[in-house]
Design a protein. Structure first.
Length: 106
């Protein structure tokens, strides 16, 4: 993807980093759910903290994966990119050009 014109490596890096974080939160949610189900399978009531965690964590997962999908869409679909994304691309181009100038100077 990095070799395709108009594709910003900064956008790809942002998408990858938030994807890893989202995966970690999703795995944490699954682990808490499985451990809670095993520990409290024979109990009539679940602890309030477990119930709250099992309501909040999936909502956090939903928000994270919505933003992951949005960032991924911006990588390939130029029509949905915000002006802030073009600022990132311009910054990346300036960094590349300054790096090229430094190489030439050496």
């Amino acid at each position: 993807m990095e070799d395709i014109p108009g594709i910003s490596t900064a956008m790809i890096n942002a998408h990858e980093s938030i994807s890893r974080f989202g995966l970690g939160v999703m795995c944490l949610t699954g682990i808490i759910a499985v451990v809670g189900a095993l520990i409290y399978r024979n109990k009539p009531m679940l602890p309030r903290t477990l119930v709250v965690a099992m309501v909040v964590l999936p909502l956090v997962n939903d928000a994270l994966f919505a933003s992951i999908g949005f960032l991924g869409g911006q990588i390939r679909h130029q029509e949905i990119r915000a002006s802030s994304i073009s600022v990132l691309m311009n910054h990346e181009q300036r960094v590349r050009s300054s790096s090229a100038h430094q190489v030439v100077r050496k």
